[in-house]
Design a protein. Structure first.
Length: 201
């Protein structure tokens, strides 16, 4: 994967608006949006509440900026994934790039995990799904993605592959460690695999 600048750093690196957004991502990931006041975000960003309101108006405005930052992370990872131009190479490189991005950005992981449980107030999962749908449609159009399955099933499969491990692998590992005990060899740890199938005809 080509190394590029962190999406947190805009052209106006660490302006007050960027600092507020970045602080909100970190805080929302750690303790959730409902438990984080605008005053706490402002303090973490080193600004006053008035400046926060000037830039974002409301907490909804802050959430929208945070979610756009998360989308920027995904877009940058996908766009800069190095591959050999084959369908398999593109899929492998894309998955590796997203996994590397998530591993390097625990605040993004924490935010996504909380957002998945927060209900309809967060649109981030829909926005990531739309990003995946656009990528699948583009690859199908240039015959670099299989058309054996419906497009929606293919998109869901991509989402489950990329995010299923993010959400469920830690739970699987906790249960396995309980069942296997402390002396189980590390190589025996199971990994999660999720398959999305078209409905039977």
């Amino acid at each position: 994967m080509t190394q590029t600048s962190d999406p947190r750093a805009s052209n106006q690196d660490l302006t007050s608006k960027a600092r507020i957004r970045n602080a909100a991502l970190d805080l929302y990931g750690r303790q959730g949006e409902d438990a984080t006041s605008m005053r706490v975000i402002a303090a973490a960003a080193g600004v006053n509440v008035g400046l926060l309101v000037h830039h974002f108006k409301t907490k909804d405005g802050i959430r929208e900026a945070v979610e756009q930052l998360v989308i920027d992370y995904f877009e940058q990872a996908i766009a800069n994934a190095s591959h050999d131009g084959t369908a398999r190479g593109i899929a492998t490189a894309r998955d590796a790039a997203v996994s590397q991005m998530l591993a390097g950005n625990p605040a993004v992981v924490d935010y996504l995990r909380r957002a998945a449980l927060s209900g309809p107030q967060s649109s981030i999962l829909i926005r990531i799904t739309d990003l995946a749908a656009a990528e699948v449609a583009r690859l199908r159009q240039v015959q670099l993605a299989s058309t054996d399955r419906s497009e929606s099933t293919q998109v869901l499969g991509l989402m489950m592959h990329q995010l299923g491990q993010l959400f469920l692998q830690p739970m699987l590992e906790t249960m396995w460690e309980h069942l296997a005990g402390p002396d189980a060899p590390a190589g025996a740890k199971p990994t999660l695999s999720v398959t999305v199938l078209d409905p039977p005809n």
